[in-house]
Design a binder for this molecule. Sequence first.
Ligand SMILES: [Zn+2]
Length: 361
Amino acid sequence: MLKSKTFMKKTRSGGVMKIVREHYLRDDIWCGSEICTECKQESPVLQRDPSIESNLCSYPHYVIPDTNVVLHQIDVLEDPVIRNVIILQTVLQEVRHRSAPVYKRLKDIIHEQEKHFYTFTNEHHRETFIEREPGESANDRNDRAIRVAAKWYGQHLEKAESEADALKVVLLTNDLGNKQKAEESSLLVYADIIVHRLLAVAIEADSTYPDLMDKQKQSALSTNLNYRHKMSQYAQRASVAFHTQLFFKSRGILNEEGFVLFVRKNAIIVLIPKFGLEGTVFFDAKHKATPKLVFDEEGPTLKVEQHTFHIFDMVKVTISLDASNIQHQKIRMSLIEPVISGVSVPAPVVEPQAKKPKLDR
Ligand SMILES: [Zn+2]
């Protein structure tokens, strides 16, 4: 089956180009499992009895790692104990784009017969190919493609295993969003550092305790870990902002040299190399009359009254802390130089900073 997608694209010279993308979807891509009676495969890669010699899972299973797990746990995947792993084409492509060395190591593993790593070309399989949805990022689309393929495997093998023991497919992910969405579609997933821990147990680099193998407890543990991880990220970000504000609060209004990083319709974004600080000088402040602004996208430049700002222009600005809203204190920048009448502010009188008293030795 041929799926083609046609769309129009505007060229640089202003013309219109018609682009046709062809994508072949096939129904002769096999699952690669020995237990399957439906697929017409000659030498299946995935073993009938894929028991990993550990208490990782109590049931036989195939593992599908997502891209991040491959990128971060390639050492573990190389261990001889880890076998019967399904590498999705989506994952393979993402790994190839993100790390050439890991991609090479993964290809080496796939070529080792005794590892039983199977590459499944999910992007060309009629039932697992998905189109990117409007507003969906390429990343989210790929995550979804991985979940769709993992789900397809679960259902496909369920059909096949009438006489065999229940064989499950386990999606390994350390991405919170992916985990939640996968759980909604009732896949078996492990999240976060649990993935690392379980893989470490599997290669006997670590020991475990019964609770870690309990699915309910593990799920609660993962949720808690993810929650704490997220909160610590928030705290980290808030802390950076807090300390930047504290710093400028203690220094008072400063007169600093900076460079124009970007120009916008109503503002310039200035970088102060001395502090590694970026800030915005707005020209349409509420309490002042707006000067004449001409924004030219092509430059890009912004003309404020008679002065034109280009990217990388040197400017002088004041930096101060606006504490008018105690909940949302903000770093403010105003223009000192170039002097534009009605726009620039006078340079503040900066008192020399009191030196820190020296410690007696
Ligand atoms: Zn099959």
